[in-house]
Ligand binder design. Structure first.
Ligand SMILES: Nc1nc2c(ncn2[C@@H]2O[C@H](COP(=O)(O)OP(=O)(O)O)[C@@H](O)[C@H]2O)c(=O)[nH]1
Ligand SMILES: [Mg+2]
Length: 363
């Protein structure tokens, strides 16, 4: 799952990236250069996985992972610069955005508009996403209008329907409703999926505050309720968190207690990501590996199987499922089977958090 860090210049994106990934990731290219894209993988902590590893003694324990991407300099969107083509693909392929909003005071770091104003910056960034989508949909609409006249009559209705879906999304955006909050039919969704609209991504606002500052309450920033619906919220000091990220765990924990800081940035951001995206983790066990997989809650078992291997979707027979709690209580899969706690589920079974699943597949 890719999460791209976006925000105005100097809002603390790279600092946040470091806080999230330093010492905890295979951060590649995180050299601090302003011209490089940084990528880092963060393991999602999961005590259940640790317990399962103690029981199964697998060769490998694999946590669910979130990949964070930090784009260089102004490319990560700056007011009036728009979203540059080069990085658009990366933004489009993201599952979610961490939208960093400057709330810290620091005279040495000039603010692009001259004034620290979290509400305004958040609105600017959300508008940038809307503008980018509008531009894309306007071009698509014009292209489709042209295509309607050129296609054979038999194929025309499909093009017309496609154009109508594009127009519907465009009108919604013009009325200020991001794509993720608009209601579309399944077929409209399928047609719009091609455009990978940026306002269709999940968003977590990360307010980068001064150390010890009061939490910013996003809904008190004076922005429209509609605009903020479904937007996750985290308040941290990226700089302090980045510094703590460089210490060893014990030392960091001491400082954290002294400074009366809350959970580590990584944990807060991961939790907010799971909440905002409605993610759950299911688990697979075996001698070779125990592993956690993060998927949207309620994902049909057949699709969850496809997350493990695309061939599993086609070859899906059934899923043997036991809830982690049930497994813990009865001690083994075999015992769970005896007690009827291990269930056999079909393709449409909605996957729940903590399900230990064995997929039976034809390959
Ligand atoms: N005081 C303070 N300064 C910060 C904080 N976060 C970032 N900065 C500083 O702001 C500047 C820009 O940060 P950077 O992460 O490079 O921003 P980016 O352009 O969004 O990637 C750097 O000089 C940081 O040290 C913070 O929480 N508090
Ligand atoms: Mg940066």
């Amino acid at each position: 799952m890719d999460t791209v860090i976006i925000g105005l210049p100097q809002s603390g994106k790279t600092t946040l990236f470091n806080a999230l990934t330093l010492g905890k990731s295979d951060a590649s290219g995180a050299s601090g250069s302003a011209t490089e894209m940084h990528m880092g993988v963060v393991k999602v902590p999961d005590p259940r996985l640790d317990k399962l590893a103690d029981i199964f003694h697998p060769r490998k324990k694999v946590n669910a992972e979130i990949r964070y991407i930090d784009l260089p300099g102004p490319e990560s969107m700056a007011k009036s610069q728009g979203i540059s083509g080069k990085y658009r693909n990366i933004l489009q392929s993201a599952t979610a955005f961490l939208l960093v909003v400057r709330a810290f005071t620091n005279d040495a770091v000039p603010h692009p508009t001259g004034e620290v104003n979290p509400g305004q910056d958040l609105e600017t960034m959300l508008n940038e996403l809307t503008f980018a989508d509008l531009e894309m949909l306007e071009r698509a609409s014009a292209r489709l209008a042209d295509q309607v006249n050129k296609t054979k009559p038999a194929e025309r209705p499909a093009v017309v329907r496609h154009k109508e879906a594009v127009e519907k999304a465009r009108l919604g955006l013009e009325q200020g409703v991001p794509a993720r909050l608009q209601s579309f039919t399944d077929s409209e969704r399928a047609m719009l999926a091609n455009y990978q609209l940026l306002t269709d991504k999940q968003i977590i606002a990360v307010f980068n505050t001064d150390e010890g500052a009061e939490d910013i309450c996003m809904d008190r920033l004076g922005l429209g309720e509609d605009v903020l619906r479904g937007v996750g919220e985290v308040c941290i000091s990226a700089r302090i968190e980045a510094e703590l990220g460089m210490m060893d765990e014990e030392e960091a924990a001491e400082f954290r207690a002294d400074l009366e800081l809350g959970d580590a940035a990584t944990d807060q951001v991961i939790n907010a990501s799971y909440d905002t995206l409605g993610l759950v983790s299911f688990l697979t066990v075996g001698d070779d590996e125990v592993r956690a997989w993060s998927v949207p809650g309620g994902m049909p078992a057949v699709d969850a199987a496809g997350v493990i291997h695309t061939d599993f979707t086609r070859g899906f027979i059934r899923a043997e499922v036991i809830a982690y709690e049930d497994f813990s209580a009865c001690g083994s899969i075999a015992q769970g089977r005896k007690e009827g706690l291990l269930r056999s589920e079909g393709k449409t079974y909605p996957v729940r958090d903590g399900d230990i699943i064995n997929f039976l597949v034809n390959t």
